[in-house]
Design a protein around this ligand. Structure first.
Ligand code: C2E
Ligand code: CA
Ligand code: CA
Length: 723
């Protein structure tokens, strides 16, 4: 809002600052001067013309009188009388001269009043003057009134009387009068002006001044002040309006102030929110950056950041002329934890692993998660020797079990090590080679492995195998071997486990350990399982037609059980081989059975209804929950061969074997021990009450013909011993 006390910007304002009172007084004075001046002038004119008129009539009277008395002396040539007349006339007030002229304009008189100022000054002018000359000179003066009167006697022109009258006295009298008048006028004007000014000041200026003072106070912010209302004239009305206006202004200012305060409050709140929002955005941005470069679950650097750090490590190593190490590691049996205990436990485990890794490394080292259970570690400035020390340390930290939900989880790890620059000088090569080394470490179950070119060839072969898998079934390259399973109490062969082999046209016999994971990865596993089941049923047919009462065990992958499409195919297949179902055992790993999936549970229940037995394979290495095991419709557990082979030398393994047998029996399940490699193991198992056994001590997996030979041999030796 514009400051109402501010003076106008016009430069004239200061230059011509004349008060309203002065202007008014000047105006009044001007009007009075004009009015009274006009009146005075008018008076002067009237006065003057009246005086002139009296002068004229004086002249006329005198002239006419002389003209009336002059005929006689003219006719009698009595010039002295005529001179007397003019002399008397010439001494009258205002009369300058009087002359009597003949009709021929000759002077009949000779008297001139030499005392008269006009005559005197005319005579004083140089030259010889006649009366006529003197009269003419006098007449040239503008203040001289020349009047002529004919002298007529009975219509006879006898001449004329000429009188010169001075208007000087009259004019000066009038001027004096006028000056006097003007003097008084001025006095009156001053007096009137002062009176009018005083009245004007009281009636007008005072209220205006108060209004101005009021405005000034308003301008200074005093909106409470009220200007006293004087007379009930326009100024009074203006004062009332002014007071009302200030009142309204006061109210609106208060409202405005209030609104302003509210606005300021709002502004503050807004600023606060904006600031808060900015902070939130900043943190969101930071968080986004973090998310983009970090693994959401563990908070560790993700694949992108690991690549970035690798690039930095390469640059640094080149600059400092020193090596660095990249490690790739994954967790052994992590999949089992995930499948049996659920993803939440799996997630927590990954976090714990991340924390343990970080805590056991230097702050300049990078621990990142590549995905799944795969981690990468970058050790700047570290060569092969120290890398092995670190790898040993890392393997060691996994010896301590991870506590999750009250369960103690023993997790192993396989670490692949690649060193810059000897194993590669770019990120991809280094990562690929660390991966190859990790694969070897996993396969050989040796904890860690430093990259070796020879092993890389192996891994290349692995990739090539993937391509060949597609045709393996169609080309009839797969065969089944059968490994007998005996009943420990009787020594009878009660079942054979079908174990697949791949006779590769170039590479020869390939172990299922090498191609089953590939099949699981590529989705060929469904096809394989169907093929195995079909072949097994045909084998079953053959055996029963040959009079052997031997059951068959077929391995199923967890991927089969989780796939609804496969389950339908499986049921179709079982439906068309109904008569063999009582002799069929499906081996599924512990993690597959424990998978917290209704679908898997339903499938297993349906299989049980069809009299197909379910055996939990590799029991003991996973994390079975006892309560879940109870609910599942499984028939038996197969103790993992690692415990069976280890039980002779390792107390823990022996405890596991014993407690598994007891536990299974308590739950009404049969127990199979696999990996029985010697009689000693056999004896212990018999002593522990194990139901069945399988292993190379009894027989290795055999080709079908050998298997038949074996069965025949066993049966005939049994018969012999019975005889
Ligand atoms: P698995 O089901 O645990 O099979 C038993 C493995 O132990 C077989 O290895 C067998 O040759 C081996 N074995 C037998 N006796 C002994 C012994 O006394 N000591 C030791 N240390 N090992 C013994 P194989 O045939 O190489 O099979 C390896 C794995 O491949 C199997 O383990 C199974 O998980 C998988 N597999 C084999 N055939 C199939 C199949 O047809 N379908 C599926 N899904 N998996 C299969
Ligand atoms: Ca098996
Ligand atoms: Ca097994």
């Amino acid at each position: 809002m514009k400051n109402i006390s501010a003076k106008p910007d016009s430069p004239f304002y200061h230059k011509w600052k004349i008060s309203l009172g002065a202007k008014f007084a000047a105006l009044v004075a001007f009007i009075l001067v004009i009015t009274m001046g006009t009146v005075a002038t008018y008076n002067y004119r009237i006065e003057n013309s009246l005086s002139l008129e009296s002068l004229y009539s004086k002249g006329r009277i005198l002239g006419k009188f002389i003209a009336s008395v002059s005929p006689q002396p003219i006719l009698s040539y009595d010039f002295s009388t005529l001179n007397d007349y003019v002399k008397k006339a010439s001494h009258k007030e205002d009369i300058i001269y009087a002359v009597i002229l003949s009709p021929d304009n000759d002077n009949l008189t000779s008297y001139l009043n030499h005392d008269n100022g006009y005559i005197h000054s005319a005579i004083e002018k140089p030259g010889q003057y006649t009366i006529s000359d003197i009269v003419n000179l006098v007449n040239q003066d503008k203040s001289v009134i020349r009047m002529t009167f004919p002298i007529i006697l009975e219509d006879q022109n006898l001449g004329m009387v000429e009188i010169g009258i001075s208007r000087e006295r009259i004019d000066s009298l009038s001027r004096k009068q006028l000056l006097k008048l003007l003097f008084w006028n001025v006095i009156i004007i001053i007096f009137l002006d002062i009176c009018i000014y005083i009245i004007f000041r009281r009636s007008t200026l005072q209220p205006i001044r108060e209004l101005i003072q009021g405005s000034d106070r308003v301008a200074r912010g005093d909106l409470e002040h009220k200007v006293a209302v004087g007379a009930s004239d326009e100024l009074g009305t203006l004062t009332i309006s002014f007071n009302e206006m200030i009142g309204k202004l006061n109210t609106s200012t208060r409202e405005k102030d209030q609104a302003l305060t509210e606005l300021q409050e709002l502004n503050k709140t807004l600023e606060f929110h904006v600031e808060k929002r900015t902070q939130e955005l900043k943190s969101a941005n930071k968080a986004l950056k973090h998310i983009a470069l970090h693994d959401e679950l563990t908070g560790l650097p993700n694949r992108s950041l690991i690549f970035d750090r690798l690039i930095q490590a390469i640059r640094m190593s080149i600059r400092r002329q020193e090596p660095f190490t990249i490690m790739m590691m994954d967790l052994d049996r992590f999949k089992d934890v995930n499948d049996t205990l659920g993803h939440d436990v799996g997630d927590e485990l990954l976090k714990d692993v991340g924390t343990r890794l970080k805590n056991s490394l230097r702050h300049i080292d990078t621990v990142g998660r590549l995905g799944g259970d795969e981690f990468a570690i970058i050790l700047p400035g570290v060569g092969e020797e120290y890398a092995i020390t670190v790898a040993n340390k890392l393997v060691h930290i996994f010896n301590e079990p991870f506590e999750q939900n009250g369960i103690s989880l023993s997790i192993g790890t396989s670490i692949g090590i690649a060193i810059f620059p000897q194993h590669g000088d770019d990120t991809l090569t280094l990562l690929k080679r660390a991966d190859v080394a990790m694969y070897v470490a996993k396969n050989d179950n040796c904890g860690y492995f430093v990259y070796d070119v020879a092993e890389d060839k192996h891994s290349t072969q692995r990739l090539a195998l993937m391509g060949d898998l597609r045709n393996a079934i169609q080309n009839d390259e797969l065969v089944l071997h059968y490994q007998p399973i005996i009943e420990l109490s009787s020594g009878n062969i009660i079942r054979a486990e079908a174990l697949v082999r791949w006779i590769h046209p170039v590479r020869g016999l390939i172990s299922p350990v090498d191609f089953i994971p590939l099949m699981e990865q590529t989705g060929f596993i469904n096809m394989l399982s169907q093929w195995v089941l079909n072949s097994a049923f045909r084998q079953q047919e053959l055996m029963s037609s040959s009079g052997y009462k031997i059951g068959l065990a077929v391995n199923l992958s967890i991927y089969n059980l989780k796939d609804p499409e496969f389950a339908e195919k499986l049921f179709e297949l079982l439906e068309s081989n109904k008569k063999h179902l009582g002799n069929l055992v499906l081996e599924v790993t512990e993690s597959a059975v424990m998978a917290d999936s209704d679908y898997v549970t339903n499938t297993i229940s349906r299989l049980k209804k069809m009299k197909v037995k379910i055996s939990i394979d590799d029991f003991g290495i996973g994390y079975s929950s006892l309560s879940r095991l109870k609910k599942l419709p499984v028939s038996e557990v197969k103790i993992d061969k690692s415990f069976v082979t280890g039980m002779l030398t390792n107390k823990d393994d022996a405890v596991i074997v014993k407690s598994t047998i007891d536990l299974a029996h308590n739950l009404g399940l049969k127990v199979v021990a696999e990996g029985v490699e010697n009689q000693e193991s056999m004896d212990i198992l018999i002593a522990l009450g194990c139901d069945m056994a399988q292993g190379i001590h009894i027989a290795a997996p055999l080709e079908i013909e050998q298997f038949f030979d074996f069965v025949t041999k066993i049966q005939s030796s049994k018969r012999k011993s019975q005889i």
